[in-house]
Design a protein around this ligand. Structure first.
Ligand SMILES: *Cc1c(COP(=O)(O)O)cnc(C)c1O
Length: 302
């Protein structure tokens, strides 16, 4: 909806990190535009600003910054590139509710942003939900029309729109849960610190790095681990559920075969896909549970 309201359409290109959930790219394809992928930084797993400019063509209309795993992307250099080339910069905040970049919350670091309230997100509804945000009055007006069949006034349709209205019941649930999000965010950060300490010194295991500009909200706690697949099996046998975010980078997904990318195009993202493992992370995790998971990992490598 953000890209649509910006007027992005067929023939246009939208710059998107190769390392994200596929929905980021669907935003471009839904508008008829082409996603153009960019590699990530090895430390933050977010889009590498130094690799963006080489992807800009006369058709480029926007850059989508994704704050992956709950850590903000490096927005200042991205904003600079967007300004210089007169293209839009927008944010995918599906994983970054309450995350901060240089003391400012994500979602307000660009002209417009999108949120997901899928039940598994840091702020989750009891079903599907989402939102867009902007400080631009004209964009806000377009959002309100697009979400409601293109009408500002009922039955007077100004533009092409859809039904993107969220169910009222989800809003009621989210309104209550939002009051707890601050405490839940701090609990996630405390859990991440416990993991970091408990995993220290295990050879080859790399814990998440909170970048100097970031307040990370740990939607996911992602480590790098040697012999990752065997470690995952070991943890499963110990009753520990883990995940891969994401096992297949976007440029090598079958759904994007027609774009012509190949294995080797984005080595940092591809290496991460082979090494990453998401450990259990949610506010209610206990110190004992974290110690159990870390103990099982230590046991595997010894
Ligand atoms: C979950 C997610 C989305 C999509 O959100 P839905 O509400 O499931 O459509 C988009 N981008 C990222 C990075 C996500 O994690």
């Amino acid at each position: 909806m953000v890209l649509w309201a910006l007027g992005i359409g067929p023939g246009d290109e939208v710059i998107i990190p190769a390392n994200t959930f596929i929905a980021t790219a669907w935003g471009a394809t839904l508008c008829g535009a082409t996603p153009v992928f960019v590699d990530c930084q090895p430390e933050s797993y977010n889009i590498d600003p130094a690799k963006v400019e080489a992807k800009i063509t006369p058709r480029t209309k926007a850059i989508v910054a994704v704050h992956l795993y709950g850590q903000p992307a490096d927005m200042d250099p991205l904003n600079e590139i967007a300004r210089k080339h007169k293209i839009a910069l927008v944010e995918d905040c599906a994983q970054s509710h309450f995350a901060e970049y240089k003391g400012k919350r994500t979602g307000g670091l660009s002209m417009a942003s999108s949120y997901s309230f899928y039940p598994g997100k840091n702020l989750g509804a009891y079903g599907e939900g989402g939102a867009v945000a902007t400080n631009d009055a004209e964009l806000a007006r377009k959002f309100k029309m697009i979400r409601d069949h293109g009408a500002e006034k009922k039955y007077y349709h100004e533009v092409y729109g859809h039904n993107y209205r969220m169910e009222g019941i989800q809003g009621a649930v989210l309104g209550v849960k939002l009051r707890h999000l601050g405490a839940w965010t701090e609990a996630r950060r405390r859990n991440a610190a416990l993991y970091n300490a408990a995993l220290k010194g295990i050879p080859g295991v790399v814990t998440p790095q909170e970048m100097p500009y970031a307040k990370h909200v740990y939607h996911l706690y992602v480590i790098r681990a040697p012999r990752r697949d065997d470690l995952q099996k070991h943890l499963e046998a110990k009753g520990v559920a883990t995940g891969l975010h994401y096992p297949v980078p976007l440029h090598v997904q079958n759904a994007f075969k027609h774009l012509g990318y190949k294995e080797g195009d984005f080595p940092v993202t591809e290496k991460a896909a082979r090494e990453i493992l998401s450990l259990p992370m949610f506010p209610e995790l206990t110190a004992e549970q974290i110690a159990y998971v870390a103990g099982a990992i230590r046991e595997f490598y010894s």
